[in-house]
Design a protein around this ligand. Structure first.
Ligand SMILES: [Zn+2]
Length: 508
């Protein structure tokens, strides 16, 4: 390895290539200067800079080729270290893909070392611990030697974004890896989002967990020529996957006769047949919003039939989304809101005028969704056999929503089929609302109860909670894991004021 050279590329002292041809400063303080350049102005300038910074150095006169050789040696030892780390990172990616992780978190901390986690089915799983130095090298290799940004230097103290998309650097199941970093108190956090390549081959929404009624509603929304169709839910609720499949199905059904353009910040999944436009990286939230708005305006001028906007998040983008629908386009987008009807509150909170958003040709439909874990069929357990492990009040809640404890299964201890987690994948719980004049009238009059009755009673739509209860009743989902995502199962029980008594519970 030898002693490090501080004037190397990206080394401690930033110097020009020209100067690097004349001198080399070693870590031990020896400043090697090629004889021919001893009195060169740049060389003298560099010495002055060192003195000014209080760096102690000794001049060693040498031949030009010795100076050049010194850079070559450090370069190759750096390269070798990078290659080892590249191997380590590719191996880490493959392990994460095998666990079907959505993200890899690398927390690098001087006090707490480097801790690596996988996010699997929405939970962080601790994987392994390394030294601070290891984490530092691993992350700088991933950023500098593997990401698409060719001349970027990884800086611990900055927020940075990048992407890895070169085929030989990522497992074949992935389409790419998105990197986001941020400094933390005594180190930094490095998050890799794994972008899976399960593109449009399988467009069946049933496989994601939607019911037949949901699919009928979505098919109806697809046939509406104009209007915004909003997919609502928090981060990590599977909105992008739903969008990708719906758009994929439109492309395959219309055999490419529709011009679909997307504006994505950032693009998550490939949608073959659509023109996907990324929003350029911007430094601040404000700049980002501006870039996003520019991209939406550009998309509207590019003669689209269908526009997909990755997210409505502020007043300008919500206005543009509505405007795109009003100018005769079908628009698909996502928003953070908790319930189907809550989506209208969200738009109103952002400042969209009620008159605009309560026109069913402007807002055509809402799909609200979450993801809940599905039980491993090999090791799940009947709740009735595990009854003693649960507090009475929890079981009462299940009975209140008319679940028969006989039908309900809970998470088991895990087996080799589920990597000892007791769960296998996740499934959608959802509700769909197709808008019409009557519903919009209730919303315009801020008649919440009227809207609820119309959607769930008159039109027979099921709430997301009811969809979750159906899946619990079918033994697919653990009721308590579902509650982690959708909240208490009895919360939506507005019609019933019947509480289960302890006697009834004992009899069950
Ligand atoms: Zn299992």
């Amino acid at each position: 390895m030898g002693t490090d050279v501080l004037t190397k590329q990206n080394g401690k002292f930033n110097v020009s290539d020209e100067l690097r041809g004349m001198l080399a400063l070693r870590e031990d303080g020896e400043l090697f200067i090629a004889r021919a350049y001893l009195f060169n102005a740049h060389v003298r300038g560099f010495q002055a800079r060192l003195t000014q910074q209080g760096f102690n150095f000794r001049i060693v006169e040498t031949d030009l080729n010795v100076v050049q050789q010194m850079y070559r040696t450090v370069f190759t030892s750096d390269e070798a270290a990078h290659t080892d780390m590249q191997k380590a990172s590719i191996e880490l990616f493959s392990r994460a893909v095998k666990r079907r992780a959505s993200d890899i978190h690398i927390r690098v901390s001087k006090r707490q070392n480097t801790r690596i986690y996988f996010r699997v089915h929405n939970d962080l799983e601790f994987i392994e611990e390394h030294s601070y130095d290891y984490g530092n090298k691993l992350c700088s290799t991933i950023y500098q030697a593997m990401a698409d940004v060719s001349d970027a230097t990884f800086e611990e103290n900055a927020r940075q974004d990048a992407r890895i998309s070169e085929r030989e650097k990522i497992p074949e199941e992935l389409d790419g890896i998105r990197i986001a970093t941020t400094p933390q108190v005594d180190g930094f956090l490095f998050v890799l989002r794994l972008l899976y390549n399960d593109s449009a081959e399988d467009l069946d929404l049933r496989k994601l967990g939607f019911s037949n009624a949901h699919i009928d509603a979505i098919e109806y929304m697809k046939r509406r020529p104009t209007g915004v169709i909003i997919i609502a839910g928090p981060t990590g609720s599977g909105k992008s996957t739903t969008l990708q499949r719906v758009l994929g199905s439109i492309i395959s059904e219309t055999k490419g006769k529709k011009h679909i353009i997307t504006v994505e910040d950032p693009p998550e999944y490939p949608i073959p047949g659509a023109v996907q436009t990324p929003v350029t990286n911007a430094e601040t939230e404000e700049e980002r919003s501006k870039e996003y708005q520019k991209a939406i305006k550009a998309a509207m001028r590019l003669d689209p039939d269908i526009i997909m906007l990755s997210e409505v998040r502020d007043l300008p983008t919500s206005k543009l989304t509505i405007q795109a629908a009003m100018t005769g386009h079908q628009v698909w987008t996502t928003v953070h809101s908790n319930t189907g009807l809550g989506t209208f509150d969200r738009f109103r909170d952002l400042g969209v005028e009620l008159d605009l958003m309560t026109d069913p040709t402007v807002v055509a439909g809402v799909i609200c969704q979450r993801l809940v874990k599905t039980l491993c069929p090999h090791c799940k357990k009947k709740l009735i056999d595990q009854k003693d492990r649960y507090e009475k009040k929890h079981l009462e809640r299940l009975m209140e929503v008319k679940l028969s404890l006989e039908n309900v299964y809970v998470q088991g201890d895990g087996c080799d089929k589920c990597a000892n987690t007791g769960v296998q994948g996740r499934t959608v719980v959802a509700e769909t609302i197709v808008t019409d004049n009557t519903l919009m009238k209730h919303i315009r009059n801020t008649d919440r109860m009227g809207a609820i009755n119309y959607v769930y009673k008159d039109n027979g739509n099921k709430t997301m909670l009811q969809h979750a209860i159906e899946k619990i009743d079918a033994g697919l989902v653990d009721p308590f894991l579902a509650e982690d995502v959708v909240g208490p199962l009895n919360a939506g029980n507005i019609e019933s004021d019947h509480r289960i008594t302890s006697q009834e519970l004992a009899a069950a």
